[in-house]
Design a protein around this ligand. Structure first.
Ligand code: NAD
Length: 495
């Protein structure tokens, strides 16, 4: 398991939508959080926001020590500054307020503590103007929901040190985020400028009575929106230009840009326009509360990110690396001459990932086999069957499996596998895997298997080679003393 970039705690000042999102993300990563928000009931609201975020974080993969209750509320921004190793400010978007709060954090925090502002568009040079240590102030602009979306725009002001930016980015990467350096300090940074351009156009189209809010959302979600999650606008248009890519695209559609179709100046926010926007989105919500819609959104966002995992496109890359970092599969162990052989062997750990569950959020039959396949792989590595052994044309193939399901198991649950060798001869292997809940110890499923050693080049069974065979003999001399599991039903000769 990888080391964390700092030991924590992670500090949060301002516990609204964004501050709670930061807290949830840091807690899921296994940090303690220290937080301040002066509003009455803010502590309870933050705790319940973390609770609502937890199912999504569980699906994405919680880290060891992740604890939704590891949040401590203090009574001032100074107390956060004095107690946290990294502070993320998330107070309302108001320059004077932010400067005052950042000043309070700065006055109390040791000079090595980094301070990041969540501002959506205020310039860091403005925010850091009166700080005692302006070099440590960076903007880390996240996207809602902060506990799921990886993007965080990082922006330095005139006084921000390069080292602060790099360290903040390392912290964000450690939180499984995608820090995007905004190299020029501009109002609104990058992503909000793009989003706002579209939003301005939406307001015009609604104000002119051209389309409803629902129709405009349909115009995105069934088409461009699906592409945006993978490739963004530019690479998507490069593909739309055929073999000549972007060049052809610009030749073909460039003239239309000069008309232009779209408007740059926002329409006046009249009462009528506000009503149309509010009524339109209420119709779209169709009676569902914000909390219900948030849960729906979280599930779907996580599913989209998992869908991109195989291709490693955009956020799929984050899922890939997060899985590798957050799920402790147990380092591959290889038997060393003279080492004691445990009975049973406990060689593989895993966590139920969203790909492994059905619509009831229960692990599917095929996923059990997949997981037991990894447990067999861990046994193979233990006895010395690795990539080299396989590349020489030898492997074990499963010829029979007997699964017994004991308990349902859902996304995010931690699993521990054990393996008992029931028998082997020169070609065959008879093993009994048990899958347990790694925290409760409850037995979830067992899988008894017979495998046969093969020469893959000849496509025939063949004797196990000397190295692995002698480790199997060692295992047998330990496991041979153990009781045969009640559920075991198969035998091979010589057992
Ligand atoms: P919010 O209104 O939900 O939360 C702000 C919180 O700050 C409230 O809980 C409030 O009680 C608290 N607060 C007020 N005064 C404070 C003080 N003196 N000290 C500490 N806390 C104080 O707002 P939000 O949407 O969470 O936005 C916070 C920041 O994040 C803003 O700068 C905003 O621009 C930025 N941001 C928002 C979004 C978004 O989608 N909402 C996205 C990215 C960034």
């Amino acid at each position: 398991m990888e080391q964390r970039v700092f030991d924590g705690p992670f500090g949060v000042v301002g516990g609204g939508v964004i501050g709670s999102g930061w807290a949830a993300r840091a807690l899921g990563r296994g940090y303690d959080v220290v937080a301040f928000d002066p509003a009455p009931g803010a502590g309870e609201r933050m705790a319940s926001a973390v609770e609502r975020a937890w199912p999504a974080l569980r699906k994405l993969g919680l880290y060891p020590d992740a604890d939704p209750t590891a949040i401590r509320f203090v009574d001032s921004p100074e107390a956060v500054g004095a107690n946290a190793a990294f502070v993320q400010e998330a107070v309302p978007e108001n320059l004077e307020l932010k400067r005052r709060i950042l000043g309070q954090i700065d006055a109390a925090a040791p000079p090595t503590t980094l301070i990041a502002s969540s501002t959506s568009g205020l310039l860091p040079s403005e925010l850091q103007r009166d700080l005692q240590h302006p070099g440590r102030l960076v903007v880390g602009h996240p996207f809602n929901p902060v506990y799921i979306l990886p993007l965080v725009e990082t922006v330095g002001g005139q006084a921000t040190s390069q080292e602060s930016l790099e360290t903040a980015e390392a912290v964000y990467r450690d939180l499984d985020m995608f820090p995007l350096r905004v190299r020029n300090e501009i109002d609104g940074f990058l992503s909000d400028r793009l989003q706002e351009a579209m939003w301005r156009e939406i307001l015009h189209l609604v104000a002119d009575g051209v389309a409803t809010t629902g129709e405009l959302d349909d115009a995105i979600v069934y088409g461009p929106g699906l592409r945006w999650a993978l490739m963004g606008t530019n690479l998507t248009y490069h593909l739309a230009g055929g073999e000549q890519g972007m060049r052809h695209m610009l030749e073909q559609f460039g003239p239309a840009l000069e008309w232009p179709w779209t408007k740059l100046v926002a329409p006046p926010l009249t009462d009528e326009l506000i009503d149309r926007m509010v009524d339109g989105t209420q119709d779209q919500a169709a009676g569902r509360s914000i909390t219900e819609l948030e849960a729906l959104r979280d599930d779907a966002l996580v599913a989209i990110m998992y869908a991109l995992r195989e291709s490693r496109l955009s956020s799929g890359r984050i899922i890939n690396s997060r899985e590798g970092r957050s799920v402790d599969h147990g380092a591959p162990v290889r038997w060393e001459s003279g080492a004691v052989v445990e009975c049973p062997l406990a060689l593989y750990r895993a966590r139920v990932i969203p790909d492994w569950v059905d619509y009831n959020n229960h692990m599917t039959e095929s996923a059990y086999l997949l997981a037991f396949g990894w447990a067999s792989d861990a046994l193979f590595r233990y006895i010395g069957i690795d990539e080299t052994y396989r590349s020489n044309g030898h492997s074990f193939y499963t010829v029979e499996s007997h699964l017994v399901y004991h308990q349902e198991v859902s996304t995010g649950e931690p699993l521990q596998f054990t393996t008992q060798l029931l028998g082997h001869d020169h070609k065959r292997l008879h093993i009994f895997h048990s899958m347990f809940h790694a925290e409760s110890g409850e037995l979830l499923c067992t899988n008894e298997q017979i495998l046969i050693h093969v020469d893959m080049k000849l496509g025939k069974s063949s004797p196990t080679l000397g190295g692995p065979k002698s480790v199997l003999d060692e295992i047998r001399s330990s496991h041979g003393q153990a009781l045969r599991p009640d559920r075991a039903v198969m035998t091979i000769t010589h057992e």
